[in-house]
Design a protein around this ligand. Structure first.
Ligand SMILES: C[S@@+](CC[C@H](N)C(=O)[O-])C[C@H]1O[C@@H](n2cnc3c(N)ncnc32)[C@H](O)[C@@H]1O
Length: 242
């Protein structure tokens, strides 16, 4: 079985906003790269997909609930009124579910949603407008319901693709802001070796272009260490940070 790809840098960046130990929903989880990320952060995870074959290696792991369901066949929503400390949706869009997805975010919980947007058809799949977000669509989805922490819409050169992504929370209080450098930097240095060597201190380039020989980046409101980010990639996936 091929190893899952590393998690999205957007999801890794904001994963710490899920309240400690709270349950996480990974909707249309695929091979579970975000399921693994949150399991490694000691969250119980409910992973849903119509095809769970990419999760065979972690099936039965403590804290993991696998739900095999077709989310688009008109069947009732498989989670009833359950709420989660984090709801994660990446590279999946089925508009009839959007209200359900917001409903599933618990008090103080976080919604992390990232998928392709209109214009992506220039670069590759998906090309069907049914599966491409309109400008501002994720903002509209949460307006008046969640507090927006971060939102982006644009061209991602490294894929390349047009993507839209949001981080929004169900609280009126300010939340910690996480610097984006650790996740992005670690994406660049993730390898398939089996040891997560947080003790090594790589020279990483921050968004400001400054080089750091330290293992942590500090923002005015929060710090995110290399060790935390390594953990977020997960012992389960075997990814390591060199
Ligand atoms: C592009 S993959 C994204 C997987 C994962 N979220 C990630 O970012 O790695 C889209 C996923 O949506 C799932 N999917 C597509 N249509 C579905 C449906 N009708 N019901 C449930 N899952 C579906 C697919 O099986 C696939 O795993």
């Amino acid at each position: 079985m091929p190893e899952p790809r590393p998690p999205s840098a957007w999801i890794a960046r904001f994963a710490p906003l899920a309240p400690a130990g709270s349950p996480v929903l990974d909707l249309a989880c695929g091979s579970g790269r975000h399921t693994r990320l949150f399991l490694a952060r000691d969250h119980p995870v409910t992973a849903i997909d119509r095809d769970l074959s990419g999760l065979e290696d972690v099936a039965g792991q403590r804290g993991l609930e696998l739900v095999q369901a077709d989310l688009e066949d008109g069947s009732p929503w498989p989670l009833a009124d359950r709420r989660f400390g984090a709801v994660v949706v990446v590279n999946y869009l089925w508009r009839p579910l959007l209200a359900r997805i917001v409903d599933a975010v618990d008090d103080n919980g976080v919604l992390l949603y990232e998928t392709f947007a209109l214009g992506n058809e220039t670069f590759g799949r998906p090309t069907n407008p049914d599966f491409l977000l309109l400008p501002g669509e994720l903002l509209e989805m949460v307006r008046g319901r969640l507090q927006i922490v971060a939102y982006e819409h644009g061209y991602l050169k490294q894929l390349p693709a047009i993507k839209q992504r949001i981080c929004a929370v169900r609280t009126d209080r300010p939340v910690a802001l996480y610097h984006h450098a650790p996740a992005a930097a670690i994406c660049a240095v993730v390898s398939r070796s089996k040891v997560c060597s947080a003790s090594k201190q790589p020279s990483l380039k921050s968004s400001s272009g400054m080089r750091s020989s330290s293992s942590s980046f500090t923002s005015p409101l929060a710090s995110c260490s290399m060790k935390d980010a390594c953990r977020s990639y997960g012992r389960t996936s075997g990814f390591s940070c060199l």
